[in-house]
Design a binder for this molecule. Structure first.
Ligand code: ASP
Ligand code: ASP
Length: 360
């Protein structure tokens, strides 16, 4: 079987929701934000908070994944995401394999399932998967052995749940209560897995208002069904904004001409210094990267005092550590590897205890 067997996103989404949870409703895989309970997202944010301390110390390690092997399976290029997953796994004391599948077995004709079976035979415990096909991580999760956890690091236009969680982490650290916030997401919403995952996360966390902004070609009416207000006038949408999230134009996903020119796009939807003044004075500016300066954001805004773009990257390591440790902990629990009587919050509690004892 090859990746052509991957199901359509709509079918896969509800199936992913079930597949990623244990019988007790806890995360063992992390495939999509959609359908998760608020407490699951809050658990990730709270756990990530405990890891922020680890990352700023001179010895940046906790032993939560000691003895585990994490394989980064990247079928699509990425620097930032792969690197932060690698650092997260290493800071949890796991062994890490980086497999750039484009240039390895698959190009020699091996099927994806053969690659997976070989990695499982090497006793890998976690697969971090990025793929240009929506549903790839779900497909892999349906085929792994019970002791293996799968984390979606971006699948096609479908979902990028760890990016959304690191964004939620950055928003909560800077702005506190989601209920009080107006969040504006601007740009290529149509092709953005990041925007889809962010919108689900913001709604689950109870954000005050989520406004989606873009030209009609990149912001079709059906996006409203995700639970956002739609705007084609960026200046108007910026009023009272607390958080502004820019998105990259996903040109690799545009099959037809959806844009007139980049200059025109910048004039209407570029986040410039002048425009930023229309938002609240203490609004923060975010972007998942890579940023295109002069296309979706003015360089002085990307580097300016309201930008938290680099803070997103730093917090991404703590957030990914949280997700990996929670998922692996739940896989172990469901395999009965953790003795009965161990408290529910075993991994997060252990993380906190470890950090405190280390700091003492
Ligand atoms: N696409 C970006 C990069 O390659 C960020 C990401 O991987 O999500 O750095
Ligand atoms: N890095 C993000 C992603 O991989 C956003 C982007 O590439 O524009 O989806």
């Amino acid at each position: 079987m090859t990746l052509t067997a991957i199901k359509k996103p709509s079918i896969m989404t509800s199936a992913s929701q079930d597949l990623q949870l244990t019988d007790e409703g806890r995360l063992k895989h992390f495939l999509t934000i959609e359908g998760l309970k608020k407490e699951r997202l809050t658990e990730i944010l709270d756990t990530a908070e405990t890891f922020i301390g680890v990352n700023s110390k001179s010895t940046k390690k906790v032993p939560l994944l000691r003895g585990k092997t994490v394989a980064n399976l990247f079928f699509e290029n990425s620097t930032r995401t792969r690197t932060t997953f690698e650092l997260a796994a290493k800071r949890l004391s796991a062994d890490v394999l980086n497999i750039n599948v484009n240039v390895s077995a698959v190009t020699k004709g091996e099927t994806l399932l053969d690659t997976l079976r070989n990695l499982q035979a090497m006793q890998c415990d976690m697969f971090v998967v990025r793929h240009s096909a929506s549903g790839a991580a779900h497909f892999i999760a349906t085929h792994v052995e019970p002791h293996v956890s799968v984390i979606n690091a971006g699948d096609g236009q479908h979902s990028h749940p760890t990016q959304a969680m690191l964004d939620m982490f950055a928003i909560r650290r800077n702005k506190g209560d989601f209920a009080q916030l107006k969040i504006v997401i601007v740009g290529d919403i149509l092709h953005s897995r990041v925007a889809r995952s962010q919108i689900h996360a913001l709604n689950i966390l109870g954000a005050g208002e989520v406004a989606a902004v873009g030209p009609k070609t990149l912001l079709p009416e059906h996006v409203r069904d995700l639970g956002v207000t739609l705007h084609h006038d960026f200046d108007h949408a910026l009023k009272d904004a607390d958080v502004i999230i820019g998105l990259r134009l996903q040109k690799e996903r545009m099959r037809t001409a959806l844009l007139s020119t980049e200059d025109e796009y910048y004039r209407s939807y570029g986040l410039t210094e002048k425009r930023l003044k229309l938002a609240r004075p203490d609004a923060i500016v975010m972007h998942p990267g890579p940023t295109n300066r002069g296309v979706e954001i003015e360089a002085s805004v990307a580097d300016g005092p309201q930008s938290i773009i680099l803070e997103q990257v730093t917090g991404g390591i703590a957030t990914r550590m949280a997700i990996m440790s929670i998922a692996m902990g739940n896989v172990e629990k469901s395999m009965n590897a953790i003795p009965a009587g161990t408290p529910e919050t075993n991994f997060a509690t252990a993380a906190t205890a470890e950090i405190q004892s280390d700091e003492a």
